[in-house]
Design a protein around this ligand. Structure first.
Ligand SMILES: [Zn+2]
Length: 328
């Protein structure tokens, strides 16, 4: 009997991890990291008729084993209890929670692990995880900047330990430095953390300077491209070609994880950068080309920040089109 590919999943290049569960982390009126962000992005992707072109993947809750690879058990328990008890703020005034936040955060991590499995099993070549809460500021035992669990960091450790990959690259294009991710991997030569972000200025979180290059055995496996406020498309492309491209060609990753923040857009009020829609496509295109050249296109992009709702409704579909190779 001829082998037939499964009706769904057999022929898709790209997976999209999404689900209504992510709307249940309610941060209240007027909080920038709101459920509406995902709704705007989803509407944009739907209106662009892209949903039928991607493998829709439902998230799953991460198992404790993988979560604890990146986070302390006491921290996880403290967060669980805070949500259960109806606490409104956790660790920081920016980090608003509700009763569902713990479970939603487990789903965000698990959604990224699902995407990694789909890529590693060659069901798809790449994936975009439309998850929240975001993760790149979360440390081993600390919540910060709307982040609770470090989705990308857990995924990097999962790829190393579950799938046995030797080298994982994290490219962080959120306008803020991924303080949590850098800290988690600064002594680890198997996970290369690269970030391009606004700095120096009053910008949150204040880390990510050029001289931060990792520590101990991880020295040389952290790289930051701090960008002056007002930097635009050409500045970003230049910095990526100068810093990220040679570093990755030398590191030779087996897999790319991308912390995708859309808050460097010129219309995003969270920062002072000047990327256009086209600039975002070029920035992400450089990273995707590296994945194609260096690791068979294995790439999982994970949503971090981005707070301009009209921008998200355009940048979301653009992002999916790049993964589908509909934008060169
Ligand atoms: Zn950000």
């Amino acid at each position: 009997m001829a082998r037939r590919k499964a009706k769904t999943g057999g022929n898709f290049r790209t997976a999209l991890v999404h689900g209504k569960v992510f709307l249940r982390h309610d941060t209240g009126f007027d909080h920038p990291e709101s459920a509406v962000r995902l709704q705007s992005m989803y509407a944009g992707i739907k209106n662009a008729r892209l949903l039928s072109q991607v493998l829709s993947a439902a998230p799953r809750k991460t198992g404790k084993k993988w979560l604890l690879a990146a986070h302390d058990a006491e921290y996880v328990e403290r967060f669980r209890r805070a949500c259960k008890n109806g606490t409104r703020l956790f660790d920081h005034p920016d980090n608003v929670i509700n009763r569902h936040s713990f479970d939603v955060a487990l789903m965000a991590v698990g959604g990224v692990l699902t995407a990694c499995d789909l890529v590693m099993r060659e069901r798809v070549r790449n994936a975009f995880c439309m998850v929240r809460p975001p993760g790149h500021h979360a440390g081993r035992a600390s919540a910060l900047g709307f982040c609770f669990f470090n989705n990308v960091a857990v995924a990097a450790l999962y790829l190393r330990k579950k799938w046995g990959l030797a080298r994982v690259a994290v490219a962080d294009i959120d306008v803020h430095h991924g303080s949590g991710t850098q800290q988690l991997f600064e002594e680890d030569p198997s996970v290369f953390y690269y970030s391009i972000h606004q700095h120096p200025s009053f910008t949150f979180p204040g880390t990510g300077r050029e001289f931060e290059r990792g520590r101990g055995p991880g020295t040389g496996f952290t790289l930051n491209s701090p960008m002056s406020p007002g930097s635009g498309d050409e500045d970003y492309v230049k910095a990526l070609n100068r810093d990220l491209v040679p570093a990755m060609k030398s590191f030779k990753p087996d897999f790319f994880l991308v912390s995708t923040g859309f808050d460097a857009h010129k219309n995003d009020e969270m920062a002072d950068m000047a990327l256009t829609d086209c600039g975002y496509a070029r920035v992400f295109g450089i990273i995707k080309n590296l994945a194609d050249e260096l690791c068979h296109g294995r790439l999982v992009s994970v949503l971090e920040g981005g707070y301009c709702l009209p921008c998200l409704s355009r940048l979301g579909p653009d992002h999916v089109r790049i993964l589908l190779e509909q934008i060169p």
